[in-house]
Write a protein that binds this ligand. Structure first.
Ligand code: PMP
Length: 448
């Protein structure tokens, strides 16, 4: 079978995520036959370096031998079992491990099966917890401009990317939205920390004014990923934690994208030395193998639900695949790999190489910003550099980068006019060189 043959069958029956299917009349779909490490291979024998970790999920390469072996053993033992009234070893081991590696104070783990549903769980738990403790006037959530938390209606409501949200606005709950700490907008010569702290003052004012009706603030720590890999300083999180304590508001840290080493530390919150009240994890949790998510919370929050059944305080939320044994085992193997290979330390070398290789873009006449947080590098293309005027979205410059890079064997998937790199941690120095080189030529191609 060839690419064309699979593509034809696919397009006859499938509907792909986040895609205008009409585009595929012009741009071919790429059927993948197999994958190994950072490489994907299609049915025509072309290879693509997965520079975006297949939507930010893959950490240790495709078909990783260690994760594969763990999964095969689990498969022969227990694939899945109902998680209400029943439990199993992989789920317990993983919860113990997550409690151990996440910021202090998070000692309870609730499983769901994808990022959006983890966000729904955290929102519902926060609201419900206030209800259970008699604070029934607390019904609102605070979010930041340009944030993204998923596609289900609750998660979409607390996000702020118009492209995904606008159409559904009449269906969504009202939220309070504060300005983003996004350092792309800092003044010339202003430090990230100064700008982030300055932006925080606006959130602080909003919290002070609405505290009595606010359940929680939800935030993507350090990097607003889907919003264009926009970055900010940890000081913002430190100040936010303090304010949430002061005003009795929960802090929900959505580390679905930034968790598991992406920002340079295992969790982004570590860089601000804070613990949230809820920590949402998914994506890299299973090394990119299987859908699973987890919401970590504190013992005191857990206690607000813990009572006689008749008091009707229980959290009656469920997903059929909660605590799936295969997914939990993939996650355990993934966390093992972090320890065995001292991945956080090793990634410092990789991120230094990424910093070096991205320097070349700094002087490009259509690049307004080159930014990095740990293992994430982003390059902002603009039409006019001095005024930072963006390219009109209709020109789809990012798409041009995407198609050019694919032909040269690299899978980049720009967010609008932002080209970014978020590779699996098993990428080699040579592969990094190739990845940045292809991106450079793709940018030259798309900006002329
Ligand atoms: N939160 C963040 C920060 C994300 O980046 C994403 C996915 N891009 C989600 C939530 C939603 O996760 P999922 O796609 O698994 O529903």
């Amino acid at each position: 079978m060839t690419n064309a043959a699979f593509s034809k069958r696919d397009l006859a029956v499938l509907w792909h995520p986040c895609t205008q299917m009409h585009d595929h009349e012009q741009f071919p779909l790429i059927p993948i036959k197999s994958a190994k490490g950072v490489w994907l291979e299609d049915f025509d024998g072309n290879r693509y370096l997965d520079a975006i970790s297949s939507w930010w999920v893959n950490l240790f390469g495709h078909a990783n031998p260690y994760i594969n072996a763990a999964l095969k053993t689990q498969l022969d033992t227990l694939e899945h079992v109902i998680f209400a009234g029943f439990t199993h070893q992989a789920a317990i081991d993983l919860a113990e491990k997550l409690v151990q590696v996440t910021p202090e104070g998070l000692s309870r783990c609730f499983y769901a099966d994808n990022g959006s549903s983890a966000v729904e769980v955290a929102l519902k738990m926060s609201f419900h917890s206030w209800q259970n403790t008699g604070q029934i006037q607390k019904t609102k959530f605070v979010t930041l401009e340009n944030s993204y938390h998923g596609e289900t209606l609750g998660a979409l409501a607390v996000g702020d990317v118009a492209l995904y949200k606008k159409t559904y606005a009449p269906l969504l709950m009202d939220v309070l939205t504060a300005p983003s700490p996004d350092c792309y907008f800092r003044e010339e010569n202003e430090s990230w920390a100064a700008y982030s702290a300055r932006q925080f003052a606006k959130l602080d004012a909003l919290l002070a004014h609405h505290a009595h009706e606010i359940c929680a603030v939800i935030i993507e720590p350090l990097v607003q990923c889907a919003g264009g890999m926009r970055m900010y300083d940890p000081i913002y999180l430190t100040l936010l934690r303090r304010a949430c304590d002061k005003y009795a508001i929960h802090l929900i840290a959505d580390e679905i994208a930034v968790g598991f080493g992406r920002t340079g530390t295992l969790f982004a919150c570590e860089q601000a030395a804070i613990s949230p009240d809820f920590l949402c994890l998914s994506k890299g949790l299973t090394g990119g193998y299987l859908p699973l998510s987890a919401v970590l919370t504190t013992q005191s929050l857990y206690q607000t639900f813990y009572d006689d059944y008749a008091k009707q305080k229980a959290f009656l939320h469920s997903h059929s695949y909660t605590g799936n044994a295969l997914a939990c085992q993939a996650a355990l193997a993934t966390l093992d790999l972090f320890e065995r290979h001292h991945v956080i330390d090793a990634n410092m070398v990789l991120s230094a190489t990424m910093a070096k290789l991205s320097q070349r873009f700094l002087n490009h006449p259509h690049v307004a910003d080159v930014r990095q947080t740990g293992m994430i590098v982003a390059i902002e293309l603009v039409k006019h550099r001095p005024s930072r005027t963006p390219y009109p979205w209709q020109e789809r410059r990012g798409m041009q980068v995407y198609h050019y890079a694919l032909k040269k064997g690299v899978l980049l998937r720009p967010l609008g006019n932002v080209i970014y790199f978020m590779p699996p941690y098993v990428i080699t120095e040579d592969e990094l060189v190739m990845m940045f080189d292809v991106a450079w030529h793709a940018v030259l191609h798309a900006t002329t």
